[in-house]
Design a protein around this ligand. Sequence first.
Ligand code: PRP
Length: 181
Amino acid sequence: MDYKKNIDKVLYDRDILAARVVEVGRQIRADYAGKDLVAVTVLKGAFVFAADLIRAIDLPMAVDFAEIISYGEGTEIAEEVVLTKDVAVNVKGRDVLIVEDIVDTGLTTAFLVDHLRIRDPRSIQICALLYKPAMQRVEVPLRYVCFEVGDVFAVGYGLDYAGQYRNLPDIVTLKEIPPEE
Ligand code: PRP
């Protein structure tokens, strides 16, 4: 089956994404001039966004990655958040910018902030491509948000449904709504 037949609507096309990412990159550049920036991208979903974002930040910076998997999403069971890939660079005394594709419940981001804070960075801020305020369960201060979205299931530009659609250049919704896990 052609996977594109399941696309419903384009939420943010590639041009809108590119323009907004450049805009946010410029804000970050202005805020981080003279600082010791380390961009920490949360795998897997944020890798496409991060690739564009870091190239829009014209500053010296280090990059690294963390992978976090959560279990029990959408169920009554309390979520378990597990770090499956840790950051390798030393963040002590440095200015960490967490790069997320989507902040939904906030559990993943809150977990990573707590995890990195122990290593004594000078600052930790968060940059999210998408933010779903209606779904938030824990407070995470988002310094940069590209787009605030309602309760939609978005895929593309790194975001997946069942491991697919990450390679779509646009952010879209699907006709077939995924069942609750
Ligand atoms: C997504 C997304 C965030 C997290 C946000 O990751 O990339 O990391 O969920 O959700 P939360 O705010 O409710 O914690 P996902 O678990 O789908 O993994 P992936 O990035 O590998 O697709």
